[in-house]
Ligand binder design. Structure first.
Ligand SMILES: Cc1cc2nc3c(=O)[nH]c(=O)nc-3n(C[C@H](O)[C@H](O)[C@H](O)COP(=O)(O)OP(=O)(O)OC[C@H]3O[C@@H](n4cnc5c(N)ncnc54)[C@H](O)[C@@H]3O)c2cc1C
Length: 425
């Protein structure tokens, strides 16, 4: 026994699909690492605020947590369907795209079989642990919803907390205004405020904006809805097969091997696979809704392209949003503003806490490890923060199965190296 036997080999921040895939990979490799994942939510939930009725997955179910690595895994989507007695009926549907609700249920089914996560534990602090003249572990402080705190020590960390809601600078002053709500809080905060005849402005012409517009349009409250976007039109996401090859696991190596300028250019050229675009069938549905409205003469749904949000002011009965567009300035008054402005992922002090001063500032390496200063032994790994070096699949589900296994191999290697060096001492 060493004096550090209560330490974890690995602590993971967040237990979304990325760290869940890692938990499965470690389990399937029989890694035997002391591992703990800490998840802020009270139970497993994948984007619970966007579980909009009728929303489908945007990737094939074969891009589940395991199949691309181990098609025989007991944790595949097919194994889940079989366990739930729905495999035959799913096949009859002839689709690669389950509903988002079903995929969440699949992920929760996997999570429920791996007792490696403590829920209701938000990581609120990370700090280096210095021993024998060098940093050889990390202290992780986590907090529950009652504000109680726990500290654990880990030899390696894997950070996969997802993105932070992107809040437009022009609305900075309205961050605490309950009438302005990010899509991250759509179901729990925006919908309960909905009242008959209300005016709702949805900002953002990507998948979430289009889904929210469509969802609100069918609500019995019949709100007036204005969808405002920067692009010239709602555009479809490109998921055609040649383009889709960028999401193949081998695409990560190809992308990583490019120069910085080439990577930047590739991300720009292929942005329409994921950013500011929506599913083509959803766009068709929205168009049909607007066409129907022009037949009935109703004036409830509006789509405003080429608008740049420039500011906002509040009135007693709502928010007035200011935009600049090709026809000049424009104002839209709303009782409720929903920001479908996406998420951002940054490696900074907010993510790294007191580890930030020890980070060299360089991007994660090919194995997703953050370069730290000399004398900093723990491995600090990230999932979902390497789009600029690893490609567009980095924030998505596409490469999870293989990325998780690459990480598992690195972590097992680090644990073995540590054991060998302790044995040699
Ligand atoms: C509505 C929506 C639909 C999507 N649909 C698809 C799709 O169909 N296909 C696709 O490929 N991608 C899709 N995406 C992209 C999405 O990023 C991935 O599907 C996936 O969620 C990434 O997993 P993750 O684990 O990296 O991050 P997340 O799923 O965001 O999980 C991060 C987890 O970390 C937790 N957390 C955050 N901070 C802390 C903390 N300090 N302490 C403890 N826990 C913390 C969060 O509560 C969360 O559970 C979608 C995104 C959204 C928003």
């Amino acid at each position: 026994m060493t004096s550090h036997d209560s330490e974890f080999d690995l602590i993971g921040m967040g237990f979304g699909p990325s760290n869940l895939a890692l938990a499965v990979a470690l389990h399937e490799r029989g890694a035997g690492l002391r591992t703990r994942f800490l998840e802020a939510r009270p139970q497993f939930a994948w984007h619970p605020e966007m579980m909009i009725e009728g929303a489908d997955m945007q990737v094939s179910f074969l891009k589940d947590l395991v199949s691309q690595r181990n098609p025989q895994s007991a944790f595949s989507f097919v194994a889940y369907l079989h366990a739930k007695g729905r495999l035959g009926r799913f096949i009859n549907r002839k689709t690669f795209f389950p509903s988002r609700v079903e995929f969440n249920d699949y992920l929760a089914w996997v999570a429920g079989q791996l007792p490696v996560c403590t829920y209701d534990r938000k990581v609120v602090g990370l700090a280096p642990v210095k021993r024998h003249g060098r940093i050889d572990a990390v202290s992780v402080i986590a907090e529950d919803r009652q504000g109680r705190q726990w500290a654990e020590t880990a030899r390696n960390l894997i950070l996969a907390p997802g993105g932070q809601p992107r809040w437009p600078g022009a609305l900075e002053a309205l961050r605490d205004d309950p009438r302005v709500i990010h899509s991250r809080d759509y179901l729990s905060r925006a919908l309960p405020r909905l009242k008959p005849g209300m005016r709702v402005a949805v900002i953002g012409g990507g998948q979430s904006g289009a889904e929210i517009f469509d969802d609100l349009a069918s609500r019995p409250e019949a709100p007036r809805i204005d969808l405002v976007l920067r692009a010239t039109a709602l555009r479809p996401s490109d998921d055609t097969p040649f383009v889709n090859e960028i999401f193949d696991p081998a695409g990560t190596d190809r992308f990583h091997a490019r120069s910085e300028t080439e990577r930047h250019e590739t991300l720009r050229a292929l942005a329409a696979t994921n950013y500011s675009v929506a599913d083509a069938d959803l766009i068709e549905r929205l168009y049909d809704r607007l066409y129907e409205q022009s037949v009935t003469g109703e004036d409830r749904l509006g789509v405003h392209p080429e608008q740049r949000l420039t500011g906002a002011h509040t009135r007693q009965n709502g928010v007035v949003l200011a935009f600049a567009g090709p026809q000049g300035p424009k104002e839209i008054a709303a009782d409720l503003v929903i920001l479908a402005t996406g998420f951002e992922r940054r490696i900074d002090g907010r993510l790294l806490g007191d580890l930030a001063p020890h980070w060299t500032g360089d991007l994660p390496d090919r194995s997703y490890r953050l370069p730290m200063e000399n004398g900093f032994a723990p491995g600090i790994f990230v999932q979902g923060f390497s789009e600029s070096t690893h490609g567009l699949s980095d924030t998505l589900l596409s490469v999870l199965a293989l990325r998780a296994d690459e990480l598992a191999q690195s972590l097992i290697g680090l644990a073995q190296a540590r054991r060998h060096s302790l044995a040699a001492e």
